[in-house]
Ligand binder design. Structure first.
Ligand code: B12
Ligand code: SF4
Length: 344
């Protein structure tokens, strides 16, 4: 994923030709404008520095909150600071992309058989979409730069604490639900970044605007948010339905309801998402198979149809077997749901 530095200024070696390159075209504001043209909804620049929130990560691991996500512990040293990933890094260019569509929230559903799938997974795989856009941004930066520089683009899977850099790039603050909340976009955004050796002008960090609100902590079906901005992933439906291999612990299964892939509840109840921006970008629009899906409709698909539906989607991470396990839990929960006659 490392991009090789572009040739420095001064011409094309051995050709006798001088390369024409106007100076100082690669400014922070030019990068942000280009990012918008490429489909990112926000872009900011954070310093590659000792940011105070970076230290929470090791405490979080020590408390066992990462569960079976062993890759997080394995890469802890690199995650502690982007300069452990790219020693020359001076700045982190952070992008946020709104993936929200106009469909209702899971918390608004009145159909007990409805299969809830996390909003970010309804369209194309965001890793591919955003990495392509970051590659395009980086290629443009190289064209515009008078000097060679080192850079690495990442979306989600890199050893980078993306939310911390997003906060320090002024994109939004880390909310009590741990999501980055932008005052203008809400929290339905996906992050991507370029670690960069250029000393670009950095932004002011975003400031916390959660105030006294605790709606997300109160609404979490599994009480995974153990304190403001502290998530015990082992209790989070997103972890249980996407990351966890094997059997979901029986005691927590009833609380999962009909969430069959990920969970959006702590964002759906957030006041900053009440009037959330909606994206018209075709890549985020729900695939017909997930739109209005029920547990029964998905359980009725054979393996071939399920694998085809997962192709090119972020849900391919769970694979058909994982989805079937989750559908089984959801079907049991529907069967145990009290009917209007048995309700007190
Ligand atoms: C592992 C992981 C998960 C895990 C753990 C999530 C978590 N909250 O830690 C699980 C599988 C549960 C998960 C779920 C989801 N994820 Co996820 N996940 C990641 C990943 C790969 C690493 C996150 C990480 O390092 N977690 C460890 C904790 C310590 O880090 P953190 O959440 O960033 O924590 C900050 C705060 O919690 C706070 N904090 C922590 N401890 C303390 C203590 C105190 C006292 C204080 C004040 C603050 C504080 O500061 C932390 C920074 O250190 C990132 C991508 C990346 N490379 O960063 C995506 C990422 C965070 N996930 C993302 C998404 C979209 C989701 C889901 C919405 C998907 C879904 N709908 O199911 C849910 C959201 C659940 C939630 N409320 O967080 C997006 C978030 C975008 C955004 N706007 O915030 C990211 C950034 C991926 C991306 N590239 O867009 N995810
Ligand atoms: S994603 Fe769902 S389970 Fe996880 S913290 Fe948010 S509300 Fe709780």
């Amino acid at each position: 994923m490392t991009s090789s530095p572009a040739p420095g200024p001064g011409g094309i070696p051995g050709s006798g030709l001088r390369e024409e390159r106007p100076i100082a075209r690669l400014t922070a504001s030019a990068i942000k404008a280009r990012a918008r043209e490429l489909g990112f909804d926000a872009c900011g620049i954070a310093p590659a520095a000792d940011l105070p929130e970076l230290s929470f990560f090791s405490q979080w691991l020590d408390r066992g909150y990462a569960g079976d996500m062993a890759y997080l512990a394995r890469s802890a040293a690199r995650r502690a600071d982007v300069r452990n990933v790219l020693p020359s890094a001076r700045t982190v260019i952070v992008t946020a992309t709104n993936y929200n569509t106009d469909r209702p929230y899971s918390t608004e559903s009145r159909d007990p058989g409805r299969a809830h799938i996390a909003r970010y997974a309804w369209g194309d795989d965001y890793h591919d979409v955003l990495l392509r856009r970051l590659d395009a941004l980086l290629a443009w930066m190289r064209e515009m730069s008078d000097e060679g520089f080192e850079a690495r683009p990442y979306v989600d899977t890199g050893p980078v604490q993306e939310r911390v850099y997003a906060q320090h790039a002024g994109i939004g603050w880390i909310g009590k639900n741990t999501c980055v909340i932008s005052p203008s976009l809400g929290s339905w955004t996906l992050l991507g970044e370029i670690l960069c050796s250029l000393p670009l002008e950095v932004d002011q960090p975003a400031f916390d605007q959660c105030g006294t609100c605790t709606l997300c902590l109160d609404a979490c079906p599994t009480r995974a948010l153990v304190a403001p901005a502290v998530l015990d992933a082992t209790r989070c439906i997103s972890y249980l339905t996407i990351e966890l291999r094997g059997v979901i612990p029986e005691a927590i299964q009833p609380d999962i309801g009909t969430h069959v892939y990920g969970c959006d509840v702590c964002q759906e109840v957030c006041p900053w998402n009440v009037v959330a921006s909606v994206s018209e970008d075709p890549v985020w629009q729900p695939r017909p198979v997930w739109d209005s899906a029920t547990v029964a409709s998905l359980a009725g698909l054979d393996d071939e149809a399920l694998e085809a539906a997962l192709q090119g989607s972020a849900m391919s991470r769970a694979r058909a077997a994982g989805l079937r396990r989750n559908l089984q839990v959801a079907a049991t929960n529907i069967a145990h749901e009290p009917t209007p006659h048995t309700q007190a």
